[in-house]
Every structure is written in C-alpha cells, then in structure tokens.
Design a binder for this molecule. Structure first.
Ligand SMILES: C[S@@+](CC[C@H](N)C(=O)[O-])C[C@H]1O[C@@H](n2cnc3c(N)ncnc32)[C@H](O)[C@@H]1O
Length: 190
C-alpha cells in the first residue's frame, strides 16, 4: 500500500504540479452553477489541493474534506473542515452537500459501488460530482495502474466511459469534459 499517512509533506509541496490548467479550468466550470455558499465535500482530499484550487475559482464556498490519512489532511488549508474516514462510509447526514469532488482518489477506493452510493446519499438532489482521474485505456494511465497495483493499491481505474456508465446507472447525468490519460468528468444527480 502507498503510505499516504507519511507522504503529506510531498503532496503538499509537489502535488499541485500534477493539476494542469485544463483540470483546474474543468474544476472552475464545474463550480460555476453551484449556489451561493455552496457546501462542498472533497473525498480522498489528501492535503486539500482541490479545495485550494476551488477556493481560487469562487468565493463563499464552504469546504469539508474526508480522507483516511491524517498525515495528509494535516496540510489542508485552515478554511477546510477535515474528517478522517473513507469514501465507502461517509460520516455525514443525507443531502448535506451541493457538490462532491474527487481528485486522483477514485482508483484508490476498494469498493467503488459503495462509495458511489454514499456520494449519492450525501449529495442534495441536483447536486454535482467532479471526478479527476487517470484513464487506464491510455498508455500512461495503464502504467500508473500497473505501478500502483504492484504497490498493493486496489487499482480501480476506470475509463471515462466506464465510470460515466456506472454513474448513469446510479442516477447521475454525466459529461466527460477532459480526455487524455488525465480525464475530468462532471455529473449531476438526477
Ligand atoms: C493520490 S492521493 C490524492 C489526494 C488529493 N485528492 C490530491 O489530489 O492531491 C489519494 C488519496 O486517497 C486517499 N484514500 C485512499 N483510500 C481511500 C478511500 N477508501 N476513501 C477515501 N480516500 C481514500 C488517500 O489517503 C490519499 O490521500
């Protein structure tokens, strides 16, 4: 397994470099339709990079973050409320959030179906989901998948089409925004 608990400093220092401008633009566009003072949850937040980028797109957002690794969340910005936990068991009431974000987290989740159920539960009707992850159908995505599986990670990488189909079955409308080995997807809970 990747020792995320000990890698907070590295993600804090270098993690932002992985987020290219296209991903950040996709995140900003995702945030635009949200209401004033929207409540956002960053699942598998690590050091809260997505919260930081989101706060640079829009003022007035309210951030919660959840991650099993306290050593990552220690570096989260002070405006983020951090919770220790996993995507498969989100410690929030039903209909709590206007938006959920996941950056490079989906493929680390052992039970993706359970996590999607949980995300659907905590989202308000019409709530929005942002996913950024690696596409295993592209050479670089496949290499990352193989490398992570060698390290004992779940390696639950989905192509954008495959995760869109899964989300559709779970009651979301989806749009694949950015393609390539790094992809972004926006989904709306019907
Ligand atoms: C590659 S890091 C990405 C962190 C952050 N989202 C970013 O973009 O820098 C993956 C994160 O997923 C977390 N993680 C692993 N398993 C998880 C699970 N079942 N539920 C939620 N988060 C998980 C790890 O602790 C780690 O912080």
């Amino acid at each position: 397994m990747i020792p995320f608990d000990k890698l907070g400093w590295a993600f804090h220092r270098f993690g932002g470099m992985i987020y290219n401008q296209e991903i950040r633009d996709s995140l900003c566009n995702f945030l635009q339709p949200l209401p004033e003072n929207a409540a956002l949850l960053d699942v598998g937040s690590g050091t809260g990079i997505l919260c930081r980028f989101a706060s640079e797109c829009r003022d007035g957002l309210v951030f919660d973050a959840i991650d099993p690794a306290e050593g990552m969340m220690r570096y989260a910005p002070s405006f983020v409320t951090c919770h220790r936990g996993r995507a498969e068991a989100l410690s929030f009431e039903d209909d709590s959030f206007d938006g959920v974000m996941m950056g490079e987290t989906l493929h680390h989740i052992a039970d993706v179906d359970r996590a999607i159920d949980e995300i659907r539960r905590v989202l308000k009707p019409g709530g929005r989901l942002f996913i950024y992850d690696f596409n295993p159908k592209k050479m670089m995505g496949k290499l990352i998948q193989k490398g992570e599986m060698l390290l004992g990670e779940p390696g639950n990488f989905f192509s954008p089409d495959a995760i869109a189909a899964k989300l559709h079955d779970a009651g979301f409308e989806t749009a694949i925004v950015q393609t390539g080995y790094k992809y972004t997807l926006h989904a709306i809970l019907r």
